[in-house]
Design a binder for this molecule. Sequence first.
Ligand SMILES: Nc1ncnc2c1ncn2[C@@H]1O[C@H](COP(=O)(O)OP(=O)(O)OP(=O)(O)O)[C@@H](O)[C@H]1O
Ligand SMILES: [Mg+2]
Length: 632
Amino acid sequence: MRGGPGGRGGPGGGHGRVSVRDSEAQRLINESAPKVPHLLRRIGELFRPYRAKLTLTIVLVLISAGLSVLPPLLTKQAFDIGLFPSSGTPDFPVLLKLVAAMVLLWVASAGLGVWQTFLTATVGNRVMGALRTRLFGHLQSMELAFFTKTKTGVIQSRLQNDVGGVADVLSNTVSSVIGNTVTVLAAVISMLVLSWQLTIVAVILLPILVIAQRRVGQVRARIATKTQESLSDMTSITQEALSVSGILLAKSFNQQPAEIARYAKENENQISLQVRQQMSGQWFFAMVGIFLSVIPAVIYLAAAWLLLRDIPVTAGTIVAFTTVQARLTFPLLGLLRVVLDLQTSQALFSRIFEYLDLHPAIADRKDARAVDKAQLGRVEFDNVEFRYPDAGPETPATLKSVSFTIEPGQYAAFVGPSGAGKTTVSYLVPRFHDVGSGRVLFAGTDVRELQQDSLVQNIGIVSQETYLFHATIADNLRYAKPDATLDELVQAARAANIHNTIDSFPDGYDTVVGERGYRLSGGEKQRIAIARVLLKDPAVLILDEATSALDSVSERSVQGALDTASRGRTTIAIAHRLSTVINADVIFVVDAGRVVERGTHAELVAAGGVYANLFAEQSRSALPTPVAVDGD
Ligand SMILES: Nc1ncnc2c1ncn2[C@@H]1O[C@H](COP(=O)(O)OP(=O)(O)OP(=O)(O)O)[C@@H](O)[C@H]1O
Ligand SMILES: [Mg+2]
């Protein structure tokens, strides 16, 4: 088993990944046999929008094939009636006409060739482009859980390597198949005309080739599947290791050699697979070559056999026959190659279709409604139980009978130990996951009955990990509102306490933030994220402990931004520092997936429960620590 636990011994590496991938490969191989006609039909469907262009291509190929018959005839004419007519002297005017016709013919077929290439290139690339956008669009509709359990590189690889891998097939197949078929058919017809007996001898063994070819095709498809998987692993490694976070991690743990080894190992595997894939057809083609070269000799034997039985075969027939048969070799090989390529690409197509066939677990119902404006801002959990899809059924649910109601305009805080389920609660409101049982109500309606667009439009999220695109600050802010004016950007940035900082950058709002916003400090990033959400101006704001990683000055600055942001809207604030939630309208204490306490700060402190203890602890540690004096 390749991959193995080597390379990176850390979490997530090693066995699990490899076994999952290999079983996937196995399943594809097992299913590939009965799926083939189905697959061909689906590939055919991709070409449907280009029927007109394809028909034109076929016509052009046929015309080219027809034209290729003419030059030998013209040559014969040039000799017989131009150069050496029966009159004895060369007929110059006739010869001139014939030469002109020849030149015209070559120009015409060259032109046709270019046109044909243009058509096939256009169709091939359009089909591939359409496939890529379709796949991208489909992936956009997949639920969050799909992305949390699939490596980014693996997804990218399907889009790039798999769709890219079928490009050649898509653009070359059509013209190659038609062109070569025409030539092969023409040759076979000429052969039949010359001698049907010899034709039988010449073609009787061809079915063996077809059978052998099928076998080679299957082997190749299997190797192709492995090659694509290995490519996908390489993309994952590149994507993981060469990102800012990956490099930071590798540098801080001195793991660059391990990363290089991991990459080199997969690369080695890729090389051997590529060699195997390229070699897999070679014996077959060598065999076909030998086979086709041997046929003339067999024809001589067959002719002798016929002659011995008094069946007339002239020397001319044998020469003509073997000449035509020799001309068959090249297009026949071409045809076999194309069919082999098609078979190989089926492996890639099944990988693409496999993703296209995934059903988004979360999608709008047919009768989904827009959010009811009357109760906008109301968020309610009704006896919600939730378990992450990839958590086994034996693990306890992440959220257990969670019920609460947040009224429009309220500031609700969620506090509790790490891993209690606070972020999970915030994911269920915009329906990033579906609940196991119970209901999540937004503006009085079960979120499963709402249009996702409409739901998400009313929710603003500042997540625990701020994500910014590698673009300017202005671009990042406009993500929330593409048509926002600079004034609006400034207004939002001011409200988020970040305008002065942005203004102090040499490029101001045109500062490029770098990959994931790495050029900015944690607090700056968070405040930009807050400004971004302010531009969206949602009815419900979810803030996932945006202040946890900050010093007290930055925290106050971010807190100020949050206070402004939460004004006039329902706010769900998840916090670790209880000092930030003292003024909340209601505080929910979450522990091990349950809401264990609820009330205002004063009520909870008075109750003397979990919250009161936590608060006492945090207040104590916030006091200045007494400095120990040496030599006391
Ligand atoms: N995608 C996932 N698949 C499986 N389990 C998950 C997933 N995401 C989170 N969990 C688990 O669900 C539990 C709750 O996680 P959650 O992120 O909601 O905690 P939290 O209260 O926000 O913690 P923190 O304060 O550290 O952010 C944790 O035990 C976590 O391991
Ligand atoms: Mg969290």
